[in-house]
Write a protein that binds this ligand. Sequence first.
Ligand SMILES: C[S@@+](CC[C@H](N)C(=O)[O-])C[C@H]1O[C@@H](n2cnc3c(N)ncnc32)[C@H](O)[C@@H]1O
Length: 239
Amino acid sequence: MSKTTIPTVIGPEAYTSWRRTSLGTITETIEHRLILDMMGDLAGARVLDAGCGDGVLACVAAERGAEVTGVDPDRAMLAAARSRAAKAGVQATFLEGRVERLPFPDSTFDVVVSVTVLCFVADTRRAVREMARVLRPGGRLVLGELGRWSVWAMLRRVRGWLGAATWKKARFRTAGELRGLAEQAGLSVTAVRSAVYYPPVSLFARALAPFDARFAGLTTFGAAFIALSAVSASERSKT
Ligand SMILES: C[S@@+](CC[C@H](N)C(=O)[O-])C[C@H]1O[C@@H](n2cnc3c(N)ncnc32)[C@H](O)[C@@H]1O
């Protein structure tokens, strides 16, 4: 049984089922494309995936030549991540841990990525400070979160109000709030981008996904996925 404090309603099985749906496949493809683009060239980079879940993004980063470490408090997720890496034939290390207290010395990583994790973390300021601490000078943080003003977030909030334990305490953020967290951690925000403007219905996803980038050019409002990249202050002072 997992010891995570998050109810494991979102366990590895839920993720596997989600990816079997066309809504899941389309949405994850769009989100990962954006996140990987913001992570930049990964060849030889030391990458931390904080809250790695079942390791999909970590394995893609490893396939692109990164030296990847994934951290997650949920042992079932970690087991799924290790099995995924073994099946894919990639090297990646998966460790039990929490983003609020990362088990690494300062300046260990070139890139830290964290996707849909902060919404479950109570002390997000501390979590982002920790991510900034383990970044090397000039390293890059990439965050992806469910956008607060989206139908996706609204439906999860309703499920929380109706008693769904996973969503009861989840907190969704705006682009401005994510920016604030990064800046409070001493990072310099280099980009805020958004994606997934369709509601969580397969039919809409299939019809509207080809136009997603056009909406993204207009506003972050309504986007289900907000992504931010930021660099450490030391790189900023060099440029
Ligand atoms: C919605 S899943 C996202 C997983 C993965 N990042 C992805 O995008 O597929 C949220 C993950 O955050 C992890 N998590 C929750 N609280 C955490 C914490 N305090 N520190 C690190 N990971 C955490 C959960 O165990 C879960 O694997």
